[in-house]
Ligand binder design. Sequence first.
Ligand SMILES: Cc1cc2nc3c(=O)[nH]c(=O)nc-3n(C[C@H](O)[C@H](O)[C@H](O)COP(=O)(O)OP(=O)(O)OC[C@H]3O[C@@H](n4cnc5c(N)ncnc54)[C@H](O)[C@@H]3O)c2cc1C
Ligand code: SF4
Length: 546
Amino acid sequence: MEFDVVIVGAGPAGLSAACRIRQLSEETGKDISVCVVEKGSEVGAHILSGAVLEPSAINELFPDWKERGAPLNTPVQRDEIWYLLSKDIGVYVPGPLAPKTFHNHGNYIVSLGNVCRWLAEQAEALGAEIYPGFAAAEILYHEDGSVKGIATGDMGVAEDGSQKDSYMQGMELHAKYTFFSEGCRGHLGKQLIEKFKLDEGKDPQHYGLGIKEIWKVDPAKHELGTVLHSTGWPHTESDSFGGGFCYHLEDNQISIGLITDLGYSNPHVSPFDEMQRFKQHPQIRKVLEGGERVSYGARALVKGGLQSLPKMSFPGGLLIGDDAGTLNFAKIKGSHTAMKAGMIAAEVVHEAITAQDKSGQELSNYDSAVKNSSVYKELHTQRNFGPAQHKWGNLLGSAYAFIDINIFNGKLPWTLTDTKPDHAQMKLAADCEKINYPKPDGVLSFDRLSSVFLSNTNHEEDQPCHLTLLDPNVPMATNLPLYDEPAQRYCPAGVYEIVEEPSGEQRFQINGQNCVHCKTCDIKDPSQNIVWVTPEGFGGPNYPNM
Ligand SMILES: Cc1cc2nc3c(=O)[nH]c(=O)nc-3n(C[C@H](O)[C@H](O)[C@H](O)COP(=O)(O)OP(=O)(O)OC[C@H]3O[C@@H](n4cnc5c(N)ncnc54)[C@H](O)[C@@H]3O)c2cc1C
Ligand code: SF4
């Protein structure tokens, strides 16, 4: 199938790009056809975010979003920041002492999944075609090496590679320009960055893993519009980093989560168990007690910022949003920057196709347009936040960020770097202390399997495993003896297990059908041996409002 523009991924970046292209088509009368493919069973099914939305991009894209019924129903009323000293004690940080990026006045607490569903409706009304349930599995190239489009994955292939009765060959979608907006650690984006050396001269990308739950709580404990952020405990107990969030959104619901920096070094760390501990802190427990957990999920996020931002253009295509890494970690917000990057990409490509009759060229003016935009400005102003946290830890790093951001407004004449990739931070298991996480109490804390159940994750069972190993011997021969195979702990869905046969022999087992598509294994495997590829379309979590 031929389109002017094909977009991979219906997140804030891809959908904003689709809307903006179609708006420009209407405004100028120069029609550009757009097709969006999304691997989730519906738009929003794979979206997981906090989320406090900064409305700058949506204001620009649809100034009348209120009249159009955008689901931005909860304006932030109050910010609360806590430094958790231990499992019992927390210190309240007065607003003026916190980095100003944590002030959320003017922002909205949302379900980003629902915002994406609404954006998809706008895009379709403007004439974009959106196909959920179709995973872009392969990049197609012209003979000259430029990107020609993508191929969606075949459906109905059995685990042994044979074709089942339900077999349906994937489709080739060709385009003048292809946008890759797969979000953090996109598996096609990763290939493009490598092929076109887009990250040459940049710091490696850095990541965090966000584990999130939605709770319905006692109305007496619910404070609509309150945004709580925390740092310190429980990560301080395992010498790791990160922070928690707790947002009071509509319908007496609480969006609660813990982000663990994937630069941790102790292979015994389990981000899932850190999250379960986090909920036991008195500041959090007091809100959740008496409530009910209704949803669970996990997703990695990019946090390298400006120093890790690759070149975003290459012949025939553009990287947009978190596939490139436009998230501003100093704010823990990437939706508005992803949307803005998508809108810029749309404007550049509309101009290239309609005014210059271009197809398949490298549009490096997209990189310069991003550089002249609000996206670059905020990433530049807050560029030292992430590296400072890695260098000096949460407390000193935040103190540095306060001086750099609040006092000097990012104008200090240096840029901190962070050159060691997260997977290379892992130390040998024998050199690190084991961590005894408490057993789940079934009230506030739970195990992995009952959690994954709440993500409504589903994959067709008889299909090739989408968690591929470059060398099948590495988990048992290298990762187990050296790192006590950390995949058992970093995967928030219990996909990886070391199981013992009746003979006493141990083997590595992959329960691929539980995968919630967070991408952590692709990022954190110390041997870089796990490669996440797209499973059959429709597979994965089915988040209702994450
Ligand atoms: C725990 C957590 C909390 C966060 N909190 C906030 C917050 O409070 N405020 C904020 O602004 N931001 C927050 N963020 C960041 C924000 O969610 C992201 O920056 C934003 O979602 C990026 O948008 P995107 O469109 O680039 O990617 P995504 O939102 O990740 O969307 C990518 C889409 O592409 C699809 N896709 C991927 N690969 C393929 C493929 N090969 N074929 C077809 N479809 C594909 C995915 O299924 C998905 O729907 C948070 C993130 C996390 C993980
Ligand atoms: S298998 Fe990998 S991508 Fe899937 S849930 Fe586990 S860590 Fe995340």
